[in-house]
Design a protein around this ligand. Structure first.
Ligand code: ATP
Length: 338
């Protein structure tokens, strides 16, 4: 592996995809993924995730911009790139009359340097179902088979398009475990998902797509940090809202009351919480029901999607590389909302 591959296993620059009829599904996106990173593409339905991943897999040429996988063009240099990547499609579409083992063997026959089929099936917890026909598998088991086949070639780069759709909670956990093990072994993983907790728990970095553009990107923590945190508590007996320190001085962006319960939103969680606790200590009162929490990725996603849909999204895109340690702050492409 040369230096460039180590730095940028996946490199996407101003990528565009236009379908017949002139519809622009991918409108100039830029990001890179480093060796051994898990990168998640999130987005609303039709945001352009699959259209992007297909370009990365070399299934179609971009209408504009550039893709490099392991330093090579995945479309023009497909013969060199394909053996080094693993692809798990949304719909595997394998012959339903074959058994699991037969399907894996058939796929292994088309894969250079394939690992033993039983090993791949064991990785995804399907070894016990080797003799079962594909048509008799549950939806979740079919997804596991898709994953096993993607792993057969010991890929350096793994593309997972909605890998846990249709899986139950246990199956999802199993898939996450496999992805983490692969990542720990140095595999670079790019996944698309609709499950925000999946991105939150699995991805080192992520990008949220909206209408073919990146609306926000960064680590999950960086993306959620762009959203206000929440603090709620009950006003102590005999105290009123006006008895608290001026809320704007505490970094509070909005507040509401319901009975004696006060709910605050703040972009400076530590400062606001500390000031409230100091006030309570000084007043010798208890803030009953105190609840302090950061925004979830789901909240961030919903807000960013709403803002982007309202037309406040900017058009430029940029995601820091993993080596840009000093520049790892989230890249928000939407104006901050109150
Ligand atoms: N072959 C095609 N021809 C024309 N338009 C297409 C084609 N494939 C996808 N599109 C359109 O491109 C846009 C992006 O689709 P894409 O499948 O990439 O979105 P997605 O983010 O993967 O969506 P989902 O989460 O629903 O799977 C959508 O508006 C879709 O209708």
């Amino acid at each position: 592996m040369n230096t460039n591959e180590r730095e940028h296993v996946i490199e996407v620059t101003d990528l565009r995809r236009v379908y017949g009829g002139g519809f622009e599904a991918v409108r100039g996106i830029t990001f890179s993924v480093g060796h051994g990173e898990v990168f998640a593409l999130l987005g609303t339905n039709g945001a352009g995730k699959t259209s992007t991943v297909e370009l990365l897999e070399g299934l179609a040429p971009p209408a504009g911009g550039r893709v490099r996988i392991l330093g090579r063009d995945p479309y023009r240099e497909r013969a060199a790139v394909r053996p080094r990547i693993g692809v798990m499609l949304q719909e595997g579409g394998f012959p339903s009359e074959l058994t699991v083992a037969e399907t894996a063997r058939m796929w292994a026959g088309c894969t250079s340097g394939a690992r033993p089929t039983q090993e791949a099936l064991e990785l995804v917890g399907l070894a016990r179902r080797s003799g079962v026909r594909v048509k008799q598998l549950s939806g979740g088991e079919k997804r596991r088979l898709d994953l096993a086949l993607a792993l057969l070639g010991r890929p350096e780069v793994l593309f997972l398009d909605e890998p846990t759709t249709g899986l139950d909670a246990e199956g999802r956990q199993d898939t996450w475990r496999v992805v983490r093990e692969l990542r720990d072994a140095g595999t670079t993983v790019l996944l698309t998902t609709h499950y925000l907790e999946e991105a939150e728990g699995l991805a080192d970095r992520l990008a949220m797509l909206h209408e073919g553009r990146i609306a926000a990107s960064g680590t999950p923590a960086e993306v959620t940090a762009t959203q206000p945190s929440r603090i709620s508590f009950d006003l102590p007996e005999g105290y009123f809202l006006g008895d608290l320190p001026p809320l704007t001085d505490l970094g509070v962006t909005s507040h509401e009351t319901a009975g004696r319960t006060v709910r605050l939103r703040t972009n400076e969680l530590q400062r606001t919480a500390t000031a409230l606790l100091l006030w309570a200590q000084h007043a010798r009162v208890e803030l009953r029901g105190l609840d302090v929490r950061s925004a979830s990725l789901e909240e961030a996603f919903l807000r960013i999607a709403r803002e982007a849909a309202a037309g406040t999204g900017r058009t430029s895109t940029d995601v820091g590389t993993p080596d840009d340690a000093a520049n790892r702050g989230v890249t928000r492409k939407t104006e901050a909302a109150a």
